[in-house]
Design a protein. Structure first.
Length: 314
């Protein structure tokens, strides 16, 4: 049996909470949780605790939420916990070298890509957007660089032609925790050695923003189809039709050609839009004030709104 370790867990979103949930079912002792400060959320913009903080409080685990780990008081607080290991998953704060050196076995990170591909903030969505054949989780020993540390363990999964940012996220959120638990066992036993990353193969996964979710119809349809999948469930691709915002939740490759953005056809199967190369059939849309609907449902009641010849994005 692997030695039971005293672990500090640091993470913020749902992806991280899935890892914490799995660790709570092991013999290891989660002695403290670090999570980002509560943020305003929802219509009322009330301060809302992160998914990781909520889970920790349900299990009576002390929660620390420093604004930064660069100040000496926060570093002393961490040192006083006397942890064997710190497990970091989508925490969102930079860990300075003094923090990385504090636990006896250092800090490990579960990162949602097959490193060194897609270092950075949005590896899941960037893999779908780029048309990668596979993704996965890499557990690495952390060092001061961004996702540059030696790789301890990798698990992979194919990316299907139907995968969205959301579906791949959920799959990796089940693969990641098991990889972390296996890596912890290897570290505790002293049997796991890190493999240095080849920096020449590194790509960077920039943070998502709503501006890049605006569909540029001059781009090839194949690129836009991947973008629609990658940016679902957030930030959701969008355009305009007749001056009204139009959110595109799902799309597939269509047939036809014309001026980029022009509507080529509308029927129960979808709304076909000309792109710079090829055409895109929009199959699930959201109009202002409404919810996302299959295009067949919208088409029945708003046929005149989708007349061929109209141009999206003007």
């Amino acid at each position: 049996m692997t030695e039971a370790l005293r672990i500090v867990f640091a993470g913020t979103p749902e992806f991280a909470a899935e890892h914490l949930k799995a660790l709570l079912d092991t013999p290891h002792q989660i002695i403290a949780v670090y999570s980002q400060p509560d943020r305003p959320a929802g219509r009322g913009q009330k301060l809302s605790p992160s998914p990781v903080k909520q889970l920790a409080l349900q299990h009576d685990i002390p929660v620390y939420q420093p604004q930064t780990l660069r100040d000496s008081a926060a570093q002393a607080e961490l040192k006083s916990l006397d942890a064997d290991l710190m497990v970091v998953v989508a925490y969102g704060l930079i860990l300075p070298q003094v923090v990385l050196d504090t636990p006896r076995l250092g800090c490990i990170n579960s990162h949602a890509s097959l490193l060194p591909r897609w270092r950075g903030a949005a590896p899941i969505q960037r893999a779908v957007e780029a048309g990668d054949a596979e993704s996965g989780v890499t557990v690495m020993q952390m060092e001061a660089g961004l996702d540059t540390g030696p790789m301890l363990l990798k698990v992979s999964t194919p990316i299907s032609a139907e995968d969205t940012g959301g579906s791949l996220h959920d799959r990796l959120a089940t693969l990641g925790p098991q990889a972390v638990i296996a890596a912890i066992g290897g570290l505790a036993a002293g049997t796991l050695k890190g493999e240095v990353q080849d920096d020449s193969l590194a790509t960077y996964a920039h943070k998502l923003n709503k501006d890049e979710a605006r569909l540029d119809w001059s781009r090839p349809a194949s690129e836009l189809e991947r973008l629609v999948r990658a940016f679902n469930p957030w930030p959701i691709c969008h355009s305009t039709l007749g001056g009204e915002a139009l959110k595109v939740h799902a799309a597939e490759l269509g047939e036809g050609q014309g001026k980029p953005g022009s509507l080529l056809a509308a029927d129960k199967s979808g709304l076909t839009v000309a792109c710079g190369e090829g055409a895109l059939r929009l199959t699930r849309l959201q109009l202002p004030g409404g919810k996302a609907l299959a295009f067949s449902d919208l088409y029945n009641s708003r046929r005149e709104q989708f007349a061929p010849g109209l141009v999206l994005g003007q």
